[in-house]
Design a protein around this ligand. Structure first.
Ligand code: SF4
Length: 438
């Protein structure tokens, strides 16, 4: 990898964008960025193109004056506008590079605002620190998860529920799948899923466009997460520090963190945890799905064996897909993420010995690694398409962002069923490439 002093085509997105994925997974919550207007415009477009849904993000619209004298007045005005215009029950305030560089104390500004403005006292306002120079969108997502439980979770009467924290960004369809799995397990009423983007980023067509999309984790449930008997976090183990850890430390809620359930082994681990929590065995339907996944892997194993693949994108997603490739007998020769994480490298190298595992890289680094390793297939977000074109290698679009194809909201690579679909897509991509080259 060459020493770069500038990022060329980043393999990650801005930190506050990750916070939006959390705030939009809370019922009646509206996000606002404290910073210049362009940050919110850029991230609204990114998310709207990916999910093909309207995405509103307010902005405190800092200008030169705010940058010189401080942005408190702008943020207070912006918060008031959001409360008057949208009538939210919660507002997530994410900082951007400019607000952090000038040193605005957002938590203090929010406190003052709630003292000065009676209408704001009824609204939960969640300050989150997310300057893009200190992390990626995934780290912003993780920061926002922590900020939400820090602000909202409250000690109360212990309950017999468990928290399922979605610790990495997955699709609305994948959240729906996890919810149905828990319902089929008979624990539909016993779980709190946070955040829940299953409806907010994939709403049915409606005549009226609601100002805040329906759905999301109820605020009362988030408050009650402090009183649950257990927290299971899927994903997010790469960055250190998590909402589940906070709940364990502050409220004694036992916490387990697992990788996202992609592939056989990682899904087995998730299922094993659910069996332990519920005291019930895997429902028959999923037992059969597991069998079908193994069958799909066996069906295509001769075709896919040893195919040199580069997997890139969000850290947990890239590791999950790489793990599946190992289970399929493929060769995940390059595993890369734009987020900086020694833990990513450690886990990737342990899982796929001899592979190049790269963290904190951009697409120019990934391109060099792809060329060096004579890669035959790319798996990751659409942002790798320039490498695909330049090297004439097929690309299978998985993860965020995906702007040039439809159905990102319905992506399903989780669980036995979702993984089976991914196995089929991988095999078909290789079949199509072989057909073209003959
Ligand atoms: S890099 Fe910073 S200033 Fe630029 S769009 Fe992202 S958050 Fe905003």
């Amino acid at each position: 990898m060459s020493e770069n002093y500038a990022t060329v085509n980043p393999c990650s997105m801005c930190m506050p964008m990750g916070s939006v994925m959390v705030f939009k997974g809370i019922e009646d919550c509206m996000p606002i960025f404290h910073g210049s207007q362009g940050c919110s415009t850029y991230m609204r477009l990114h998310l709207a193109h990916h999910f093909r849904e309207p995405v509103d993000i307010a902005s405190s619209a800092l200008s030169e004056k705010g940058a010189v004298y401080g942005g408190a007045a702008n943020l207070k005005k912006g918060l008031l506008n959001v409360i008057q215009g949208y009538g939210p029950r919660a507002v997530g305030v994410a900082t951007t590079c400019l607000a952090e560089t000038i040193g605005d104390d957002v938590a203090q500004i929010v406190k003052e605002f709630q003292q000065e403005e009676p209408r704001a006292r009824e609204v939960a306002i969640i300050p989150t620190s997310t300057p893009s120079y200190s992390g990626s969108h995934e780290e912003g997502y993780n920061e926002a998860l922590k900020a939400v439980v820090r602000t909202l979770a409250k000690r109360g009467k212990p309950n017999s529920r468990f928290n399922l924290v979605i610790g990495s960004i997955i699709s609305p369809a994948e959240v729906r799948h996890l919810k149905s799995m828990l319902d089929d397990w008979g624990c539909g009423y016993d779980r709190i899923i946070f955040p829940d983007i299953s409806e907010t980023f994939d709403a049915p067509l409606a005549a009226d466009y609601p100002k805040i999309p329906e759905g999301g984790t109820p605020l009362a449930d988030i408050e009650d997460m402090a009183n649950s008997k257990e927290t299971v976090t899927v994903g997010g183990s790469i960055f250190g520090g998590s909402a589940g850890e906070y709940l364990e430390r502050e409220f004694g809620v036992h916490h387990t963190i697992l990788p996202i359930p992609i592939g056989v082994e990682q899904t087995d681990r998730f299922v094993g945890k659910l069996e332990e929590i519920t005291g019930l065995g895997l429902p028959e339907k999923y037992e059969r799905d597991r069998g079908r996944l193994l069958d799909a892997i066996v069906d295509c194993h001769k075709l896919v064996a040893g195919v040199r693949t580069a997997v890139y994108g969000d850290a947990e997603m890239a590791l999950g897909v790489a793990k599946l490739l190992c289970e399929m007998g493929m060769d995940p020769r390059v595993i890369a993420t734009g987020s900086k994480s020694p833990e990513f490298v450690r886990r990737g190298e342990k899982m796929a010995r001899g592979s190049e595992v790269l963290s904190g890289v951009d697409f120019s680094d990934i391109h060099e690694a792809v060329a060096r390793n004579d890669i035959e297939l790319l798996i990751g977000p659409f942002t790798g398409r320039q490498i695909s074109k330049a090297e004439n290698i097929p690309i299978l679009r998985v993860g965020l962002p995906n702007h040039d194809r439809f159905g990102a909201s319905r992506q399903m690579v989780l669980g036995y069923e979702g993984t089976t679909g991914l196995v089929d897509r991988i095999a078909n991509a290789i079949v199509e490439t072989n057909e073209l080259s003959h």
